[in-house]
Write a protein that binds this ligand. Sequence first.
Ligand code: C2E
Ligand code: MG
Ligand code: MG
Length: 400
Amino acid sequence: MNGFIISDILTAMQRKELTVYYQPKVDATTNCLKSAEALVRWIRKDGSVVLPGQFLPAMEQTGAVTMLDWYVVEKVCAFLERLQKEGVKVRPVSVNFSRWHLHEEDMPKRLADIVDAHHLDHSLIVVEITESAMIHEENLMRKMVAALHEKGFEFSIDDFGSGLSSLSMVADTLPDEIKIDRSLLKKNCEDERERIILESIFLFATRLNIRTVAEGVETKEQLGFLRTCNCNLIQGFYFARPMPEDAFRECLVNRCQHNEEDILEIQSEAAAVQLLLQAVCMRYPLIIYGNLTRNSFYMMTYENFTSRGCPSTGTVDDLITHGTMSMHPEDRERWNAMFCRENQLRLFREGKKELHMITRQIGDDGVYRRVETSNYFVKSPASDDVLVISLCNNFADGEE
Ligand code: C2E
Ligand code: MG
Ligand code: MG
C-alpha cells in the first residue's frame, strides 16, 4: 500500500489533488480516436504523480473506492460538458467502477442523474467493470447491466482474460465491449499459442457482436497481429499514454493519429481462414459440415454465419430425410440412394473424394428450383471419422 491510508486519499480528494487523465482508444484500422478511458491520478503538491496501483488497493478493501469513482464521474462529465460548450466534438469516455457498485441499488440512476445534470447524452459514458468482479456476483452484474442498458449506458468488461470467469458468464452478462487484458499480449503476439488464444477470443466476441478493445498495445507486432483478428479498438502506449485534460482536448480536435507503419506484413492464419469462409459463404447460400461416422451435422448459412443466430445442428440421417422431402418427387429416389449416410461412407471407402448432384427443390414460395449439391469428403485429422462439407448452390434463375 506504499504507506497511504484512506484518510490521506480522502484529504487529497478534498484538496483537489486527485485528477483524471484520459487515454485514447483508437480505431484499429484507421488510427482515428473513437473513445477514451478515464484514469485517476494523484498529483501531489510537489508535482509528483501517484498511480492508482499505489492507493486504490487500500480503498478497494473497504469500499471507499466508490466515493472515488463518483468523484471521477463528476470530473469526466464536467470536462465533457465544458468541451461541448466550446464546440469540440466529444467522444464516449469509459469510467472504471469498482465491484462495490454492484451493491449500490441506485447506481444506474445516480449515474444518469450526474450525466443529465451536465446535459450530456448517456451514450457518452461507458461503465467499465473488471472481469474478476463477476465471480460470485454474476447475478448482481447482470441486473446492473440491464438497468444500465435501460438508461442508455454501455457496459464494458475490463481486463478480460485475466480472471477466472467463463466465456458463458461473459456472454450472459451482455456486455457492449470487452477489453482484452494486456497479459494476453505478453509474448508480443509472436508466440503461436498466444495467437491462437487471441484469435479465439476475437472470434467469440465478433460472433456475439461484442466490440473488442485490446489494452496495453505497445508494439507494431502486436498491432499488426490484432488488426488481422477483427479487433475493433486499440488502447496502449503505442498510440498514446494517459494524458491530462488539455492534451486530450488536442487529441479530440485532431482525432486521427498518424503513425508510420509497415505492419500489414504480419498476418494471421485465422484471419485468412475467416476471409476464405466468408467468401465461400457468399458463393453458397447453404453450407453444411457433417460427421458421417458420428451421424452429426452443423449448418452454417451466409446469412447467419457471423450473426447472433445459433446455427442448427442435428443428425445427418434426419438431414437427408428432410432434404428428400423438399425435393421434386421424381428426384427423391436418386437423391436418397446417393446421399444416404451408408452410401456416402461406402463411396468414401472406395476412394471417392467428392459427390455432385443436381435436383429440383421447392422454395418457401412453392416454386421448384434447380439446386446443385456438392459433397467433399475428408478424413478427420484427429480420428478415423469421415467428415463431409456440403455446398449447395441455388440456380436462382433456373426455375423448372
Ligand atoms: P485498467 O482499467 O485496466 O486501465 C488500464 C491501465 O493500463 C492503466 O493503468 C493504463 O495506464 C495502463 N496502460 C495503458 N496502456 C498501456 C500500455 O501500453 N502498456 C502498459 N504497461 N500499461 C498500459 P493505470 O492508470 O495505472 O490504472 C491501473 C488500474 O487502476 C486501472 O486498470 C483500473 O483498474 C484502476 N483505476 C484507474 N482509475 C480508476 C478509477 O477511477 N476507479 C477505479 N475503480 N479504478 C481505477
Ligand atoms: Mg479500465
Ligand atoms: Mg484493463
